[in-house]
Design a protein around this ligand. Structure first.
Ligand SMILES: NC(=O)c1ccc[n+]([C@@H]2O[C@H](COP(=O)([O-])OP(=O)(O)OC[C@H]3O[C@@H](n4cnc5c(N)ncnc54)[C@H](O)[C@@H]3O)[C@@H](O)[C@H]2O)c1
Length: 331
């Protein structure tokens, strides 16, 4: 299965095929110098599959975890590329989750003003969400994704077999981003997640449906001027919970909690049942005043307004711009 993403003048393919990593050179041009970025938690067998078919592989491993999306690592990788005399016609391959993908994409966007970037996302979150849409970034001074660029990949290769080694907590947290796409834009995706008896058996269908939503959204609004904001459903409160918990809860876990603030009571019950099915948290003991304080720091706020996404019927959404102080009524 192949999805073609067209964003302004850029076009790229997202290949969704089990076992495709076994023939990665069929999809990527690896007959050149390739910086392969990965992290310490990703099974080395995946990286080896890329190395084995690359003409001049240079593997760079960062520590697993969000702290690695740093300026320090960004600079180190650029140093490695300069020292190894990477040219404009060489490329970067990410093999990892959203942390590796965001950092690798940002490096590729600035090296010699932009070189080819391929992505092999290995977490569910990165397969359904972060690997497409062209957002790349690093964190700085405690602010997530505050330095970055829109830089589309040349190709994305999604092999869901790699999810077999991902721990269940990360798998389920990634599922929340797919649930988000379903709740806002595709009821059949919500039904699939709700009724699935074996997540890994249904995963390709879930990934494809989620990516079809994301494709539509990012093609319609590449730079988040309007409808791309729908992807922030659950994120306003989600980010606040994430920051308050000092990043001890996973991103998807916080987004799941965050969605429950912006739906009606019937939907709240239905979503809670789905989150419970996947052992995801549904509540937080953070007070509304504390949540409000964290939300005021949210970078999506422009002046005194904030955009929120409401869902009152599955498969539909409303983006509402409200005064920041008015968000208190939702908390
Ligand atoms: N660019 C975007 O549009 C976008 C969208 C959403 C999130 N993000 C970013 O994505 C990041 C989170 O990504 P994530 O949830 O993938 O987390 P992650 O990249 O930190 O990966 C989670 C953990 O899983 C391990 N891992 C990865 N693949 C594995 C596999 N196949 N088997 C075993 N272990 C594996 C990693 O080593 C890591 O410890 C955040 O930095 C967030 O800001 C970006």
């Amino acid at each position: 299965m192949k999805l073609e993403i067209k964003m302004n003048s850029h076009q790229y393919d997202v290949v969704i095929e089990k076992n495709s990593l076994n023939e990665v050179n069929k999809y990527f041009d690896l007959s050149r110098k390739v910086l392969i970025l990965t992290d310490s938690g990703i099974p080395s067998e995946y990286v080896k599959k890329i190395v084995d078919v690359t003409k001049e592989p240079i593997v760079h491993v960062i520590e697993q975890g969000e702290a690695s999306k740093s300026f320090n690592n960004f600079e180190k990788i650029l140093d490695v590329m300069i020292e190894n005399r990477f040219s404009r016609s060489d490329c970067v391959v990410a093999c990892g989750g959203g942390v590796v993908g965001d950092l690798a994409g940002f490096v590729a966007s600035v090296y010699m003003r932009g070189i080819d970037f391929y992505n092999v996302p290995t977490t569910l979150l990165s397969q359904v969400d972060s690997s497409i849409g062209g957002k790349t970034a690093i964190d700085k001074l405690g602010y997530k994704n505050v330095v970055g660029a829109f830089y589309p990949p040349k190709k994305v290769l999604i092999d869901s077999n790699v999810l077999k080694t991902l721990d269940q907590r990360n798998l389920h947290a990634g599922l929340v981003e797919a649930l988000k796409m379903g709740l806002t834009c595709d009821k059949t995706l919500v039904d699939l997640i709700k009724e699935s008896n074996s997540l890994l058996e249904d995963i390709d269908e879930i990934i494809i449906k989620a990516l079809q939503v994301k494709k539509y959204v990012v093609e319609t609004d590449p730079y988040e001027q309007n409808i791309r904001k729908v992807l922030n459903f659950g994120h306003t409160v989600g980010h606040a919970v994430e920051a308050h918990q000092n990043y001890n809860l996973l991103h998807g876990e916080c987004v799941g909690i965050g969605m429950l603030y912006f739906v009606n009571d019937d939907l709240k019950q239905e979503i809670t049942t789905i989150l419970n099915k996947y052992n995801l948290p549904t509540t937080t003991d953070i007070s509304s005043d504390e949540l409000y304080n964290y939300i005021t720091l949210d970078k999506k706020r422009t002046n005194d307004d904030i955009s929120i996404v409401l869902v009152n019927k599955i498969g539909t959404y409303e983006i509402k711009k409200i005064k920041l102080t008015d968000i208190k009524q939702y908390l």
